[in-house]
Design a protein. Sequence first.
Length: 115
Amino acid sequence: MASTESPEQTRATTPANGRRFGDQPVSTSTTTTSPASGRATASLVLGILSIPAAILIAIVGIALGVIGLVLGFTARTDMRRAAAGSGKVTAGIVLSSIGIVLGILNIAAFIAITS
């Protein structure tokens, strides 16, 4: 800026990309990521917990597995409506099912041993 020019007369130059120094970049991406479903996470956690619980205390493992299974199926319908990924939901459903089966096998083994 020359000494005779006032700040109002100076012209700000912008680079070729249209942004000045300090401007925040504007995202032009149209893809959106859907937030993770709380039910999907709960189903996964309960499915993981149902497996050791089914081995140690069969009734608790079955209960955790059933709750995880219900949450997994409700989360799957929500994810299908939102057209979102369902990997966590599938893992929760599978692990909950394994926990239920292990709990039933544990009860059957207990009955067979004590009879």
